[in-house]
Design a protein around this ligand. Structure first.
Ligand SMILES: [Zn+2]
Ligand SMILES: [Zn+2]
Length: 242
C-alpha cells in the first residue's frame, strides 16, 4: 500500500482516500482549508481596505484638484481685473516729473472746501524730506515752491496726502468732497476755469484756485489767491536758497 497515514499508520489505496482520511480523522486538510479560507478572507479584507484607501485618496486628490482649480480661477480673474484698471493715479501724476533742482519756480495756491480755505501753513503741510520736488515752506501756506520741472497740481497735492481729480478732493484726513447735484469741484488758473485739474503742470507765477462747494460766484475766492509768487519769481522778493 503506497499511501500511509502519518498519524495512525492506516494505509490507503489512493491519495484521495488518504486525504479524505486525514481530513475526517485528524482534521488535517480541513485546518489548512480553514487557514486558506481565513487567508483568503484576510486578502479580501486587505484588498477592500486598500480599495477604500484608494478611493479616499482619489477623493482627496479630487478635492485638492478642485481647490487648486478654484484658486487658479481666482488668480486669473484677479489678473484680468488688474489689467482693466488704468495705470495707478500716482504713477500718472509722476509722469514727466523732472529731478529735484531741475527748476525753481513759484505759484500761489488756494483750496476752498465749502467756502472755507484750507490752512497750508500748519506744519503737517510744510516741507519735509519726502517733499523735495514741491512744497510750501517757512510757515507760509500761500505759495508753492516748485523745485522740479513737470510738477502737476495733482502731484503737489498728493505729496500732502490729498487726492485731487476732476470730481473729488479727498483730504489727508480721509474726508471726501466729491461733486454731486448740489456741489461741484472747480479748478481755476489765473482767474480762468481750467479743465486739466490734477494733470495741470504748474508754471511760474500761476495763481491756482481749487474750490469745492455750491458757490456760483467765485469772485471773492479768486481774489483771495495771493500774488506772492510774482514777487519771488520776478526778483522783487529775496528768497534764501533752498
Ligand atoms: Zn522757492
Ligand atoms: Zn523749497
Amino acid at each position: 500500500m503506497p499511501f500511509k497515514c502519518g498519524q495512525c499508520d492506516r494505509e490507503f489505496s489512493s491519495e484521495t482516500g488518504l486525504v479524505q482520511h486525514n481530513s475526517d480523522k485528524h482534521g488535517i486538510g480541513k485546518e489548512s482549508k480553514q487557514e486558506k479560507k481565513e487567508a483568503e478572507q484576510q486578502i479580501r479584507r486587505e484588498k477592500k481596505e486598500s480599495e477604500l484607501e484608494k478611493s479616499l485618496h482619489a477623493k482627496k486628490t479630487k478635492r485638492i484638484a478642485k481647490f487648486g482649480i478654484a484658486i487658479l480661477v481666482v488668480i486669473g480673474l484677479a489678473y484680468f481685473a488688474i489689467s482693466l484698471i488704468p495705470p495707478s493715479p500716482v504713477s500718472k501724476l509722476r509722469e514727466g516729473l523732472g529731478p529735484v533742482g531741475s527748476q525753481h519756480i513759484h505759484s500761489d495756491v488756494k483750496l476752498y472746501l465749502n467756502g472755507v480755505p484750507v490752512d497750508f501753513s500748519v506744519s503737517k503741510y510744510q516741507v519735509n524730506p519726502s517733499r523735495q520736488h514741491v512744497h510750501m515752506e517757512g510757515g507760509d501756506g500761500d505759495v508753492v515752491h516748485v523745485h522740479a520741472t513737470g510738477v502737476k497740481t495733482g502731484f503737489f497735492f498728493s505729496t500732502l496726502g490729498i487726492t485731487f481729480n476732476p470730481t473729488c478732493v479727498v483730504m489727508d484726513t480721509g474726508k471726501r468732497f466729491c461733486s454731486n447735484e448740489n456741489n461741484t469741484l472747480k479748478f481755476y488758473v489765473n482767474n480762468e476755469p481750467n479743465n486739466e485739474y490734477e494733470m495741470y503742470v504748474m508754471k511760474s507765477t500761476d495763481r491756482i484756485l481749487v474750490s469745492y462747494g455750491n458757490e456760483t460766484n467765485l469772485t471773492s475766492q479768486l481774489d483771495s489767491v495771493t500774488t506772492k509768487a510774482q514777487g519771488i519769481d520776478r526778483g522783487q522778493v529775496a528768497v534764501r536758497p533752498h
